[in-house]
Design a binder for this molecule. Structure first.
Ligand code: BGP
Length: 466
């Protein structure tokens, strides 16, 4: 039996577009997803979990089940329907109401400024490939810091790497572009620079509270001891993990990162250029991150690959259909004997432990870590209001044990947010990939606590992983 610290936060995570629904209500502006999903014709982000109207119920459930933290995001387009310019007072009012309700119930709120939902007016101009979007983002952040003084924990971005790659490598997020490594790298850098600008704005102006960024960090291992596989894992890691951590905590890219970028660019006919003055801002911000948020679901085993790019995203839950091969980086393989979910996500808690230890070693100025997302997508079975989701409990138990080991070994981890608090809409899977502690009947919007919710409540009360 392992213990977690007495003051550990047991949270649940959500995101505006995946939880709120009401995508056209009360003056909310468009996001690229609205049109993209409509055209795709598989599912829409309405009703999602109707958090826009159900939030008092969801926060009540948090309190009842020992969930003492919630991660949510502000939909930029509820505040500025066109991304900048005129403010929508109804949007502002909505978030004040949510924050007040959470406070009433003693729930700590972590607020993300951007969770995959750039307002369409800016998205159509190139999103973060267009440097004007950075200025608009900084202005939006400033507005929020001035307005929402009740917020204690701010996060600039959710998952810069998946944004860059899902938009420009896998092509599963709008604008649906595939295999464009030039765009991937430009997007990564511009967003890291935007993060630094916002952190410096926050600290220079002495706003109250804490600020950080949420990165998706998935540990990479070589598929074998062969030097070329070791190198492939190094390249995959350099682009997806090291690039982000270097930018966040070193304020520049280490020579190893740049060496990997050069190699990746050469294989993919890609190029990059980083304005030198960006690093002035980034170096200034590197010791000002109050915490690092980590989303961690899986790890990858990587093998050398020099063939043509071939990625198939498993967005249906048909086990074994996913594949990932990127020229000059590597192929992610399924390691024999390791469990994976129906969506082909490898269950490997050791990866979380190794990641924690690596951050402690390589980025000693990290201050504090919150696991801001971890959880298991599962096809829950609903039987007369009862949902026995043992595989999910088992998944959380294993990952929390790995986390407890890392804490024991000196990593400063302050809390954990399960993805997701209640079932929500999934960007590329729609509604059959459920993650929540609370089952949502998307037709009636009724909530039902799953077995995992009762397990989590006990965990939060005893701090003991059983
Ligand atoms: C993270 C995102 C979340 C959520 C989660 C699960 O990348 O921050 O928004 O979607 O992954 O992903 P999926 O719904 O694709 O299973």
């Amino acid at each position: 039996m392992k213990k977690l610290p007495e003051d550990f936060l047991f949270g649940g995570a959500t995101a505006a577009y995946q939880a709120e629904g009401a995508t056209h209500e009360d003056g909310k502006g468009e996001v690229a997803w609205d049109e993209y999903l409509e055209k795709q014709g598989r599912f829409l982000a309405d009703p999602a979990s109707d958090f826009y109207h159900q939030y008092p119920k969801d926060l009540e459930l948090c309190q009842m089940f020992g969930v003492n933290g919630i991660r949510l995001s502000i939909a930029w387009s509820r505040i500025f329907p066109k991304g900048k310019g005129e403010v929508n007072p109804k949007g502002v009012e909505f978030y004040h109401n949510v924050l007040a309700e959470a406070k009433k119930r003693g729930i700590k709120v972590f607020v993300t400024l951007h969770h995959f939902d750039t307002p369409k007016a800016l998205f159509d101009q190139g999103d973060f490939l267009n440097r004007d979007t950075i200025d608009a983002f900084v202005d939006y952040a400033k507005f929020c810091f001035d307005e929402f003084k009740e917020v204690e924990y701010w996060t600039t971005f959710n998952e810069i790497y998946p944004i860059a790659t899902n938009q420009y490598l896998l092509g599963i997020f709008p604008p649906g572009i595939k295999y464009d490594l030039t765009k991937v790298i430009a997007c990564l850098h511009n967003m890291m620079y935007a993060h630094a600008r916002v952190v410096n704005l926050f600290k220079d102006n002495g706003y109250p509270g804490q600020i950080g960024v949420v990165h998706s960090l998935e540990t990479k291992y070589p598929a074998s001891d062969a030097p070329e596989d070791i190198h492939a894992a190094f390249l995959d890691d350099a682009l997806s993990v090291r690039f982000l951590l270097d930018a966040t905590y070193k304020g520049e890219y280490s020579s190893q990162t740049l060496q990997a970028l050069d190699e990746i660019c050469q294989a993919n006919n890609a190029h990059y250029e980083f304005p030198e003055e960006d690093f002035v801002e980034m170096r200034k911000a590197k010791d000002r991150n109050d915490y690092l948020g980590i989303n961690h679901y899986q790890s990858h085993f990587v093998k050398v690959y020099n063939g043509e790019n071939a990625i198939h995203h498993n967005g249906t839950g048909d086990k074994g259909t996913g594949s990932y091969k990127v020229k000059g980086i590597g192929e992610r393989i399924y390691k024999e004997g390791l469990e994976r979910t129906d969506w082909d996500w490898l269950i490997y808690p050791q990866g979380l432990y190794d990641l924690m230890m690596r951050i402690k070693e390589d980025y000693p100025n990290y201050k504090a870590i919150y696991i801001t997302e971890n959880g298991m997508g599962y096809k829950d079975e609903f039987k007369d209001g009862v949902i026995m989701d043992e595989p999910r409990i088992d998944y959380i138990r294993k990952y929390l044990s790995a986390l407890a080991d890392a804490i024991e070994d000196g990593v400063n981890v302050k809390g954990y947010f399960l993805w997701s608090l209640m079932d929500v809409f999934s960007w590329s899977n729609g509604y059959n990939k459920r993650y929540g502690l609370f089952f949502v009947d998307f037709e009636t919007q009724k909530r039902y606590p799953k077995a995992s919710a009762y397990w989590y409540k006990q965990l939060s009360e005893t701090k003991t992983i059983v």
